[in-house]
Ligand binder design. Sequence first.
Ligand SMILES: *[C@@H]1O[C@H](CO)[C@@H](O)[C@H](O)[C@H]1NC(C)=O
Length: 140
Amino acid sequence: MNGNLILISIFLLLTRSFTVKANVGWSDCSFNAIDVPIMDATFFSPDPIGPAGTNLSVQVTQSLIKPTTRFTKLVIQFTSVKGTPIGHSRHPLVESIDKIDDTFLAVVPQFLPANYLIKVAVVEVGLGGYTWNCILFHRP
Ligand SMILES: *[C@@H]1O[C@H](CO)[C@@H](O)[C@H](O)[C@H]1NC(C)=O
């Protein structure tokens, strides 16, 4: 990589993190071994989350690199700090849209450890499935 490319990459990384809108305490998902662009805007409430069995409402605004298919889903996942899944909800998206602007619910799972992660991601499920965008919230 030459110097210019490195500078451009740093610039893109910086501008990208400044344009992300989300509850405080977020990171990209590289920590979770998923190295993809961060979500544009992800706000959940309540924050801190309520007790097990209550709803978490997650408001997502996301421009997509290509239109959704019936395999494109919005996933909200609770994991341990090591990434072990604890609970998740998977929502279908309207087909052939290139922007998500909607609110999705997730139920707070039982037996959350003292420290946990909430991952919100746009994923293509099935064979050759992959993550399009992802954000991770570190809690508490
Ligand atoms: C969670 O949201 C669903 C769908 O709106 C609703 O049916 C359910 O009663 C809610 N649960 C709680 C505990 O508020």
